[in-house]
Design a protein around this ligand. Structure first.
Ligand code: ADP
Ligand code: MG
Length: 324
């Protein structure tokens, strides 16, 4: 509250000066009756008027200067040192694949002269023209030059118009160690996969709209198995798949394919989840043959697991009763 007043200190000084000036105007008016001033008025009316109006003006300006100095003093010495500025919210991050023009977001833009966060920060963006010059990243070994700059910068550049064969960015990488090339290859592969998802969804929406939901579920499961970033996958497929018994079945099947002990344990739990959800959705009856077959299938997975505590815990915690 006080800070807000002090931010508008000039306005506040004006109001206080107006009030003080008004009070002084009535309490200490211009002494017209003074003998010397009277003589002056007779001898030179303009000089008299000059003094009279100057006097009235000073009744306002002098308090203004005093208040202004006082409030500025409070602002500088009393409050500014303890003032805490809370960093404002950044605008939505412009996704590299959605950018209309080539640009590189290298960080956040706060106060340029003060070491405090801004209440209205922006993204620090290098536009296309700036990208034709070199960029130097300076820091000690292990300070994150590669992890925090090279990889995300390469990702942004390569994601730009990645689906447009004529406009996407090509380049030549020369490096000594070779691991950056590997990383770039992985980035490109990921964007190819995302592009394939986009194309498949587009095609399905156009020609087989009743299968869109099932395709989305397939994509969600396969992407999770391939370790694709879920947010990017959701953006590419245009939404989240419906989480129903069908999705649980796909996930359980996928996990079972992995032949990895941890994943098999989760698959067993997932089959159980599927059985419960499928009964809830009316796929089959709780005590029916199908439910029994499901329990039997789950029980065939369990012997494949060595009884590691982690695997046991996962199964117990999801109430898989397949040892019966
Ligand atoms: N800000 C950070 N937070 C967590 N880990 C970091 C950070 N910066 C770097 N690292 C990790 O430190 C290691 C070295 O970073 P790297 O980018 O290779 O450094 P540089 O290229 O500057 O030598 C990497 O394993 C990286 O993941
Ligand atoms: Mg490095």
């Amino acid at each position: 509250m006080i800070q807000r007043f002090l931010h508008a200190r000039n306005f506040l000084a004006c109001i206080l000066a107006a009030a003080t000036g008004m009070a002084l105007y009535f309490r200490a008016p211009f002494p017209d009756t003074n003998l010397f001033l009277h003589v002056m008025a007779i001898r030179s009316a303009s000089a008299f008027l000059f003094f009279k109006y100057s006097y009235t003006l000073f009744l306002y300006t002098t308090p203004y200067i005093v208040y202004s100095v006082l409030l500025s003093g409070i602002y500088i010495f009393a409050l500014k040192t303890t003032r805490k500025v809370r960093a404002g919210k950044l605008p939505l991050y412009p996704g590299p694949a959605q950018r209309a023009n080539l640009s590189l977001v290298v960080g956040e833009l706060h106060h340029q002269c003060k070491q405090i966060p801004s209440e209205t920060p922006h993204w620090l963006v290098i536009p296309e023209r700036g990208l034709f010059t070199g960029i130097a990243i300076v820091g000690a070994v292990g300070s994150g030059k590669t992890a925090a700059c090279m990889y995300p910068f390469a990702e942004q550049i390569l994601a730009y118009k990645a689906t447009d064969k004529d406009r996407r960015i090509g380049g030549l990488i020369l490096e000594v160690k070779g691991d950056f090339c590997e990383k770039v290859r992985e980035i490109l592969k990921r964007h190819d996969r995302l592009q394939a998802i986009r194309a498949a969804m587009q095609e399905c929406r156009r020609n087989l709209p009743n299968l869109v939901e099932r395709l989305m579920q397939q994509i969600e499961v396969r992407s999770a198995m391939a370790g694709l970033n879920p947010d990017k996958m959701i953006a590419a497929s245009g939404g989240r798949a419906r989480h129903d018994a069908g999705l649980l079945r796909l996930m359980a099947r996928g996990l079972e394919e992995a032949k990895d002990e941890e994943k098999l344990a989760v698959a067993a739990a997932m089959w159980n989840e599927f059985r419960i959800q499928a009964v809830r959705e009316g796929w089959f009856a709780e005590n029916g043959v199908e439910a029994a077959a499901m329990s039997h299938h789950t029980s065939t997975i369990v012997p494949m697991l060595s009884a590691t505590p982690a695997a046991r815990w996962r199964i117990d915690s999801t109430e898989v009763s397949c040892q019966r």
